[in-house]
Design a protein around this ligand. Structure first.
Ligand code: C2O
Length: 355
């Protein structure tokens, strides 16, 4: 009987990769035995408290000071510690620039622009959150989400404008009270007349345009599984599937570019390009919102599920708060209830914004 082909990174294959077409980067963890010894992921004990992720505009000072403490500790850990902020950010670099080859073939592994996008980022954010909680001894700690899809969330959240959440490499012309442009785009970085397009809309019109776009990306343009999830990336294929789902393309990519710095034209580091995006603390509430929208999409479209065993059993590696390397399968992250977290409900005003 033939085993389904699953995606699995070959940890010992970690190598230099291209952060940009003109920039080689090396994001690999130090190589030793403890980097390849792993355990299989176990669901958290159901008696533990549920972690409730709240929207950035509704956080109270108590919560913000806890998160601040946790992030400050994380940023102070040395790079030899896989829980450190740098190592967490490098995970994104590793899996997003093809630094690992796949087991069983030598094809490079990339988790963007395909159906690996939602589950892989869910894992990254999940372990990041557990580590932050453990650094302050709080197993109820949950990351916030940045709800740029609703009017209350369409500016950079105030708390991300202050240390330790602030990040230098951002476009200062997009600081509050500038309203996010969910359709922000730039010409290809290599083009001669490289430029990004500012919508030029006033705040009210920008909010309205954003809501109409959300309706399209979540409802009208995302009725079929593949349109939302992205193309089926199969083991051994390398880069041959290149089809991001609606939300991955925008607002996911567009918000990355919109936040990233205009002083780095073309790539807009740090948020604007994969190898550096997770260095900006705003990456995490941005991805918590993407993760939440995956849940919302499922409820809007009759809970459609992917049943392909190649997808379900594809696995990735993440360190947990106990410094254990976990091998975790996509099928393990399909229920956020089993992962013991939830999203506070917010009104999706865009649902009523059919353009
Ligand atoms: Cu892996 Cu928001 O990109």
């Amino acid at each position: 009987q033939e085993k389904p082909l699953v995606i699995l990174p070959n940890l010992t294959s970690c190598h230099e990769s291209m952060g940009r077409s003109d920039l080689p980067v090396y994001c690999c963890p130090p190589m030793n035995q403890s980097n390849v010894a792993f355990i299989d992921f176990q669901f958290p004990d159901p008696s533990l408290p549920l972690r409730v992720r709240r929207p950035t505009h509704l956080l109270d000072d108590d919560y913000i000071s806890k998160y601040k403490k946790a992030l400050t500790i994380m940023k102070s850990l040395p790079d030899t510690d896989p829980r450190s902020y740098t190592r967490q950010a490098n995970l994104h670099c590793l899996y997003c620039t093809g630094a690992y080859n796949q087991q069983g073939s030598n094809a490079p592994l990339n988790i963007h622009r395909s159906w690996l996008f939602f589950p892989w980022h869910r894992m990254l954010v999940y372990f990041h959150e557990r580590i932050l909680g453990s650094l302050i001894g709080d197993d109820t700690f949950a990351l916030p989400f940045w709800p740029w899809d609703i009017p209350e969330g369409m500016v950079i959240p105030e708390m991300y404008m202050k240390a330790p959440f602030f990040h230098e490499a951002r476009d200062f012309s997009h600081f509050p009270p500038s309203v996010v442009d969910l359709d922000y785009s730039c010409t290809t970085p290599s083009s001669e007349d490289y430029r990004c397009f500012e919508s030029g809309l006033g705040p009210g019109d920008q909010v309205h345009t954003n809501l109409a776009m959300m309706y399209n990306q979540m409802v009208a343009g995302a009725k079929k599984m593949e349109l939302f999830m992205g193309c089926p990336y199969k083991a051994g294929e390398g880069g041959s599937c290149d089809g991001p789902g609606t939300i991955e393309l925008a607002p996911h990519n567009t918000v990355h570019k919109w936040v990233g710095s205009n002083l780095n034209p073309g790539s807009r580091e740090d948020m604007g390009v994969f190898y550096s995006a997770a260095r900006d603390p705003i990456f995490y509430p941005h991805h918590a919102n993407i993760d939440r929208l995956w849940e919302v999409w499922r409820t809007l479209h009759g809970n459609k599920v992917i049943t392909d065993p190649g997808w379900l059993d594809s696995s990735f590696f993440f360190y947990d708060e106990k410094l254990q390397l976990n091998r975790i399968k996509i099928r393990d992250v399909l229920s956020i209830t089993k992962l013991q977290y939830a999203y506070e409900k917010v009104d999706f005003t865009w649902l009523h914004n059919r353009p």
